[in-house]
Design a protein around this ligand. Structure first.
Ligand code: ZN
Length: 282
């Protein structure tokens, strides 16, 4: 009996030793060739409590919850939201009017005003749209503001932020076959929201979607072009133009889509009414 056990444990030890040797050889092979480090097995990541996200196949609810986490981090550490309830509610009303006529009406949307004088607007993912109070002050009327909001909804509808995140994660070698760690995804999302311009192609697509959305709701389509032209003519280049490249070409593309006969028909062109809505913005 004792003999048997001793023999058994010797066998185990030997197997363990062989295991170690073969692992060392495998590691040597991996280290010797310029291959990426082996991905951490998914089981191990699960044990560590890390939630993985599949960027190429993200469900709506995953995207919304990721957007919410990105929003939390953005508003906690990067952006100050504008505290005026009436102004925020006004922007939200315009947004909620656009959503049902957008290409992606089936997720919840949150529209927020950023307390910043720079003229800018951006969207993350999962329904989170931001406009600065500087942009609101620069717009001449509600239709111009709505054109920007519609454009940002267009980015969300086309899932541009998800695609940008996927590209960024791949470039940086952060995603494994199993997916991307959720906390890393949130950090990338925050960085993209603040620093990374969209591609020309994404801009054109968001413009097209925004324009259609604007028209469906009944706003005058000319407002979208008018606002871009206004930004272009400003003495200091607004941030919005650096985060939204190719303005000249975008204006040209939009003008081809807008029928001159009905360009100004629609609502939202009343400047005085708009100014009174945003009069509390300092
Ligand atoms: Zn854009």
């Amino acid at each position: 009996m004792i003999d048997f056990l001793a023999n058994f444990s010797a066998q185990l030890r030997r197997r363990w030793l062989y295991g170690m040797i073969s692992m060392t050889i495998t590691l040597g092979l991996i280290m010797g060739t310029p291959r990426p480090a082996p991905a951490i097995p998914i089981i191990e990541l699960l044990f560590r409590g890390i939630q993985l996200i599949q960027l190429s196949n993200m469900s709506d609810s995953q995207e919304v919850s990721l957007g919410s986490r990105i929003n939390q981090q953005l508003t906690r550490s990067e952006l100050k939201l504008y505290s005026d309830r009436a102004v925020t509610e006004y922007v939200n009303q315009i947004g909620q009017k656009l959503v049902p006529q957008s290409d992606r009406p089936n997720i919840p949307y949150v529209f927020q005003v950023v307390d910043m004088d720079a003229v800018n607007a951006f969207a993350t993912m999962g329904g989170y749209v931001y406009v600065t109070k500087g942009l609101m002050k620069t717009a001449d009327n509600e239709a111009q503001l709505a054109s920007v909001i519609g454009h940002e909804i267009g980015h969300i509808a086309a899932r541009h932020a998800v695609e940008q995140m996927r590209q960024k994660a791949l470039e940086a070698g952060l995603a494994s076959a199993a997916g991307l760690d959720r906390n890393t995804a949130v950090n990338i999302g925050v960085e993209l929201a603040i620093n990374r311009p969209n591609s020309r192609q994404a801009e054109f697509e968001a413009d097209q979607k925004g324009l259609v959305n604007l028209e469906r709701v009944g706003y005058a389509p000319s407002a979208m072009v008018a606002f871009m032209e206004k930004l272009q003519s400003q003495r200091s280049v607004p941030t919005f133009l650096s985060t939204h490249p190719a303005t000249g070409d975008r204006i040209e593309a939009l003008n081809q889509e807008i029928d001159p006969a009905t360009a100004n028909s629609g609502t939202g062109l009343d400047t005085a009414a708009y100014r009174s809505k945003i009069s509390s913005i300092r």
